[in-house]
Unconditional design. Structure first.
Length: 437
């Protein structure tokens, strides 16, 4: 796998300065590889039930079998197919490509490397956590010590009301901000409407874009965007655990505007339809694309609600809909700011749990102590790790990577127009995580 990454770097250099041949010829050959890539992802999805997150390409490309067990012959055939496509991509290094075609080349190569890794996992072979994040998501995530989390917990201890254990005081304080279950739909719809309004002021979306919201239970995630194509999303919200007032904007922006719904709609319309890049009709979940998707969806919350505008909107609109008392809103967000710094506790827990350094019970206890999770929440983390493995890194590290890239290029809080332009660019082109570093 490391050799393939080194080869990619070499071929990207050749691609940018190689022999000048017809751009049309290069696109024709890349289009054929892209078509085979889509068919390959769909084949892998037959044996890896969670691999294909969305598909809205030609109906006739869908495999006849929806799910099946992968024997050694199937795995070998899939692996050979990945290698063939990687080799064909490498042959295109003779061409001189413009910036966008080079981005497309890099994107396809990294997506294929991730597909090769998932095929290997079909054999029952799992990489160590840090190697898995590199192979699937094109990044290495920093590690955090217990002391890092303890320092944040000490800060929370100073500002939380009451006395006693920090985790209990945190839950008690936040309990005053739980949205009553019978008001969740109204609150969530108001949040989506505001997020959509703010996004449309900055980004032109397809006229036919729309979504549907459903409320579900017994899921390992808090919410999910199932993109169906033709600019339509099904957004599901999990109501297993309490939904706090801040989650209304979080989920509306992350799953909807300017998050996943906008990201998928822009890729579909700008790349799949306008350019005919068929690879953007399929979304392989365990791939570098997910880090871009999750990172932009999380950062989009701040893009849409800069400064104090979020608190102002919640006080003016959302709190009246919930019937909650907004008096401690400022303190609530100071608490949340510190609590969000504990999000990397999920990464540390996943790293040690998946690498079998900790048992399930040890991981739950560690999350309760250093992540300030309730036992129920910590157990749901384990369910997520079991199903999605290292995918958890895409939320926190994806956010940090996207934020750093945009701010490094001038999209700072005091330049919101440029921030929106850089953000839209990330949603509209085939970026890879490594290209943001």
């Amino acid at each position: 796998m490391k050799l393939k990454v080194l080869l990619l770097c070499a071929f990207l250099i050749l691609l940018s300065c190689g022999e000048k041949k017809s751009t049309g010829e290069l696109e024709t050959q890349m289009n054929k590889i892209a078509e085979d890539y889509v068919k390959l992802v769909l084949k892998i999805g037959v044996y890896d039930a969670d691999f294909v997150d969305a598909y809205f390409g030609p109906e006739e490309w869908k495999p006849e079998n929806e799910s099946a067990e992968a024997d050694s012959t199937v795995v070998n055939d899939l692996n050979d197919e990945v290698d063939r496509l990687l080799n064909e991509l490498e042959q295109l290094a003779q061409y001189k490509a413009d910036e966008l075609l080079t981005m497309r080349y890099r994107y396809l190569y990294k997506q294929l490397l991730a597909a090769k890794t998932r095929v290997m996992m079909l054999r029952g072979i799992n990489l160590p956590f840090d190697q898995e994040t590199t192979a699937l998501y094109d990044v290495q995530v920093p590690s955090y010590t217990n002391e890092y989390f303890e320092n944040i917990i000490n800060e929370l201890d100073k500002i939380l009301p009451g006395k006693g254990a920090v985790d209990e005081r945190l839950l008690n304080f936040k309990s005053a901000f739980i949205i009553p279950e019978d008001r969740i739909d109204n609150v969530f719809n108001a949040a989506i409407e505001e997020c959509r309004k703010r996004t449309l002021q900055q980004i032109k979306l397809p006229e036919n874009e729309s979504f549907k919201v459903e409320y579900v239970k017994n899921k390992p995630w808090g919410a999910y965007n199932w993109y169906k194509g033709n600019s339509f999303s099904l957004i599901q919200v999990n109501t297993d655990l309490p939904i706090y007032i801040d989650r209304a904007i979080d989920l509306a922006a992350h799953e909807g505007y300017p998050g996943h719904h906008v990201y998928n709609a822009l890729l579909e319309n700008k790349l799949a339809k306008e350019r005919g890049w068929i690879e953007f009709t399929v979304y392989a979940l365990f791939s570098p694309q997910s880090l871009i998707a999750e990172g932009t969806a999380n950062y989009g919350i701040d893009v849409a609600f800069p400064g104090n505008s979020r608190i102002e909107f919640e006080k003016e609109v959302l709190f009246p809909l919930t019937g909650l008392n907004p008096d401690n809103t400022e303190l609530y967000y100071k608490v949340l700011e510190l609590q969000n710094k504990l999000n990397y506790s999920s990464t540390e827990a996943a790293r040690n749990y998946l690498d079998e350094n900790w048992t399930k019970d040890e991981t739950i206890a560690w999350l309760q102590r250093y992540g300030l999770r309730s036992k129920e929440n910590a157990e749901r983390n384990i369910t997520f790790f079991d199903k999605y493995r290292a995918y958890i890194i895409n939320y926190s590290y994806g956010l940090d990577l996207v934020r750093a890239y945009i701010e490094r290029n001038g999209g700072t809080a005091d330049n919101p127009v440029k921030r929106w332009r850089l953000f839209e660019d990330l949603l509209s082109k085939p970026y890879t995580p490594a290209s943001l570093q």
